[in-house]
Design a protein around this ligand. Structure first.
Ligand code: GTP
Length: 334
């Protein structure tokens, strides 16, 4: 089975981290999101993956110089300009010569879904397209579906106004598509699969959805990116568990690391305290600094305090400064 993984977005909600590193290349539990995603596809029987690239393609190509990731053969399709999700799928599938049933995954989704199970569901129903669905407490910021008893999507509503959602089952960003879906997407045009193509397939009764309660997280927002890291540290993933401090990090013996990840090349100074945070590769946390609920790529000076902050690669909290961001990461209710 072949797959297209969408990795060409700007990742604006995760700025400033994504100013230097594209979102799918950011680490979760010290491993790039994209590598964890491809490993799960490999476990489900996918043997060949095409990255649909646009914004910052080079880091992907450099990260996998042998054209292989998690035992899967990689191909790269770089769009001349952003084509949005459907346009990118058509462009990448054509570049890869895909002409059979295939898998599509959003490059920022981490899940334990067995994709082979989704393929069986798709084939049993003779679907043109099948969505992986996840139940959530508040569906208003997602694509929400209303299903019939056989799993056929009767309605597909992108980001419904609060209180108007047809169910609590949302598009979880993994799809099985027939090649005929590509013919529905105008070539070389910017088209959204969520807003245009899926509603059209639903209208012709070819769109199905399969709900599961597998581990699932969309890492596209700061608080969810942090949560994904804490989840893999806590061992909530079926096939994975991360260590807190990478072997190539330098952490002073007096520092307190509490529910936090310290990446390779990062330095944590004397008596520093790091709680519920991700210290990314190469970041520096000064002596006696306190970092909570934060993601840090840059430098936190000696005696500084950073709470609920997202600090990019060139970001600095000066020595002795106290920065408390307004947006505090919240635990995610599913
Ligand atoms: P935000 O800017 O924060 O919304 O993030 P994003 O740009 O990643 O957008 P979003 O999370 O909605 O996109 C879902 C998936 O589609 C992500 O994996 C993106 O990388 C990918 N994506 C979005 N737009 C494009 C595009 O124009 N081309 C390609 N190749 N991928 C895209």
């Amino acid at each position: 089975m072949r797959a297209v993984v969408l990795v060409g977005g700007f990742g604006t909600r995760l700025q400033p981290l994504t100013l230097s590193t594209p979102k799918p290349m950011l680490p979760v539990g010290h491993v790039p999101i994209i590598e964890r995603l491809v490993a799960n596809l490999a476990r489900s029987g996918v043997s060949d993956v095409t990255f649909a690239l646009g914004f910052k393609p080079e880091p992907f190509i450099e990260a996998f110089p042998t054209g292989e990731c998690a035992g899967v053969a990689l191909h790269y399709a770089v769009e001349p300009s952003p084509l949005d999700t459907a346009g990118a799928i058509r462009f990448a599938a054509e570049a890869a010569g895909i002409d059979d049933t295939f898998v599509v995954v959003n490059g920022d989704v981490l899940t334990d879904l067995d994709v082979a199970q989704l393929v069986r569901f798709h084939r049993d129903r003779g679907a043109e397209a099948t969505l992986h669905l996840i139940p959530v407490a508040d569906p208003s910021s997602f694509g929400v579906v209303g299903l019939d008893a056989d799993g056929r999507v009767e309605r597909f509503v992108e980001k419904p106004a609060p209180g108007t959602a047809p169910s609590n089952l949302v598009n979880a960003g993994t799809y099985i598509l027939e090649p005929s879906v590509l013919q529905r997407i105008p070539s070389g045009e910017k088209v959204s699969i969520e807003r245009v193509t899926f509603p059209a397939i639903a209208a012709s009764r070819g769109l199905f959805g399969m709900a599961t309660d597998d581990y699932w997280i969309d890492t596209g927002q700061p608080e969810l990116y942090l949560q994904a890291n804490l989840d893999v540290l806590a061992g909530l993933r079926r096939n994975d568990r991360s260590v807190a401090v990478h072997a190539d990090a330098s952490v002073d013996g007096t520092a307190v690391i509490d529910h936090a990840l310290i990446g390779p090349g990062a330095i944590v100074g004397k008596d520093a305290v790091v709680r519920r945070s991700v210290v990314l590769p190469g970041a520096v946390i000064g002596d006696r600094a306190t970092v909570t609920d934060s993601m840090v790529m840059g430098r936190i000076g000696n005696d500084a305090v950073a709470a609920a902050c997202v600090i990019g690669a060139s970001g600095v909290v000066a020595a002795g400064e106290d920065v408390q961001a307004e947006r505090r990461p919240q635990p995610i209710a599913k």
